[in-house]
Write a protein that binds this ligand. Structure first.
Ligand SMILES: C[S@@+](CC[C@H](N)C(=O)[O-])C[C@H]1O[C@@H](n2cnc3c(N)ncnc32)[C@H](O)[C@@H]1O
Length: 275
């Protein structure tokens, strides 16, 4: 199926990087909650994957807070890759970049199993089957008792409350305008142009069937069920703020912890899928 407005992932990178922390409600708060949830010691050598990592804002936080950690940036946009490289170059080889659609076999490029897989505002772009496949893959990849955390735009229990959460974001962006400095006004206007299309697609055409690349919002109830069906334990919604939910699952501790190269990883993955 053709992706709708796919080019926005390649033209919006600079604008998104400049404005997300101002124009996505509770953007930093939701990400910072991760550090109130995961049990890792500050000095632990954790490996992190960020799915749809964009300009690397979350990876920057994680790599700064855990100085012995390493991270994988995974995303399909070369424009976001450039923005992420600018932001993350200070971490040198602690970051590996995998330019790939989330639906593809990016896992064969991993050299280490992750202890933490995160994603912010990305998985809602995948189709139903793509989301389920990604949850299954994440479960199969995670190290013993590894954590999976998805912060994303999700539908809620009623269509009325869902619509309300969409309208809230539009008002939030409108109200933010008066706090935007002259320097950032160009970025604000570019965001607003893009967001006007978002509003038409998601609010005015709320009943029009969505297609790949659109905002394929799925209910948090379905998504926590998919995590449970993938095998995750302690699956729950830890935070919900209007359109955004932070959902969590913990991998079951029945996989090998040490993986030295990607071919070995693939074998272990296959074994786990078979058992
Ligand atoms: C709204 S941005 C969020 C970026 C970042 N996670 C953040 O919160 O700042 C969505 C990101 O998902 C990426 N993305 C969307 N669909 C994707 C797909 N099918 N495969 C890989 N990346 C995708 C886009 O390129 C973009 O970087």
């Amino acid at each position: 199926m053709e992706q709708i407005e796919k080019e926005r992932f390649f033209t919006m990178a600079e604008t998104y990087d400049a404005m997300a922390q101002t124009l996505v409600p509770m953007y930093d708060m939701l990400q910072n909650e991760i550090f109130n949830i995961v049990p890792f010691d500050k000095h632990q050598k954790i490996t992190v994957i960020d799915l749809g990592a964009g300009s690397g804002i979350l990876l920057e936080k994680i790599l700064s807070l855990y100085p012995n950690s390493t991270g994988y940036w995974i995303d399909f946009s070369d424009a976001f890759l450039d923005a992420a490289k600018d932001r993350l170059h200070k971490f040198n080889d602690r970051v590996s970049y995998i330019l790939s659609p989330l639906e593809d076999d990016w896992q064969i490029q991993l050299k280490r199993r992750p202890d933490l897989i995160t994603s912010v505002s990305a998985i809602h772009h995948l189709e139903h089957e793509g989301k389920i496949a990604l949850y299954n893959k994440s479960y199969n990849l995670l190290n013993n008792n590894g954590w999976f955390i998805n912060i994303d735009e999700m539908k809620t229990l009623t269509q009325e409350a869902y619509k309300n959460s969409l309208v809230y974001w539009v008002k939030f962006v409108d109200n933010a305008r008066e706090g935007i400095t002259d320097e950032l006004m160009d970025y604000y206007n570019k965001w607003k142009n893009h967001f006007d299309n978002w509003r038409v697609r998601n609010i005015e055409n709320i009943d029009t069937p969505k297609i790949k690349g659109d905002d394929l919002h799925e209910s948090f109830l379905n998504q926590i069920r998919w995590l449970q069906e993938a095998g995750f334990k302690n699956v729950d919604v830890f935070v919900k703020y209007h359109l955004w939910c932070l959902i969590v699952g913990i991998g079951i501790g029945d996989v090998a912890t040490e993986v030295t190269d990607s071919s070995n990883l693939k074998v272990i993955l296959l074994l786990k899928q078979l058992t």
